[in-house]
Write a protein that binds this ligand. Sequence first.
Ligand SMILES: CC(C)(COP(=O)(O)OP(=O)(O)OC[C@H]1O[C@@H](n2cnc3c(N)ncnc32)[C@H](O)[C@@H]1OP(=O)(O)O)[C@@H](O)C(=O)NCCC(=O)NCCS
Length: 134
Amino acid sequence: MNFYTRKWVKPEDLNPNGTLFGGTLLRWIDEEAVIYAIVQLGNPKVVTKFISEINFVSSAKQGDILELGIEAIHFGTTSLTMRCEVRNKISRKTILSIEKLVFVNLGEDGNPIPHGKDSITYAYTGIEKTGRDN
Ligand SMILES: CC(C)(COP(=O)(O)OP(=O)(O)OC[C@H]1O[C@@H](n2cnc3c(N)ncnc32)[C@H](O)[C@@H]1OP(=O)(O)O)[C@@H](O)C(=O)NCCC(=O)NCCS
């Protein structure tokens, strides 16, 4: 799994309980996942189709530094399925996990079209590899 993005929990990210608001975390994850899908599928027209159970494992507080991890687990015909984990960068404690996020590759007309991909692309090297990274 690649942990590309780090977030610093600020006052505007908190709920009335004084911990990280779940909606804020979900917005960060949806954005992280769509960027990952766009890079993997090579198409900016990608939409969120399905998000499975979301497990808020532990809370985060103001000042915490979080890292967002995404990993492609299945390349379908028009879809890409990923899993997600968010953890505290310092303690490595898991904050959240999602087993399945499905994004769909769209054509110009807004309908699903095959993306033609079957393995993870490492965008910065241009090297195509099969399987998992760290
Ligand atoms: C995305 C959308 C165009 C797909 O249309 P659709 O008629 O469901 O398309 P299909 O039935 O051809 O399914 C497309 C892919 O999604 C997968 N899929 C559909 N429903 C799914 C579900 N409930 N769970 C997991 N995958 C699903 C299909 O298996 C298919 O993948 P594959 O081609 O790799 O096998 C349509 O559902 C839509 O516009 N949804 C709203 C998207 C949106 O606004 N998202 C939030 C903002 S980004």
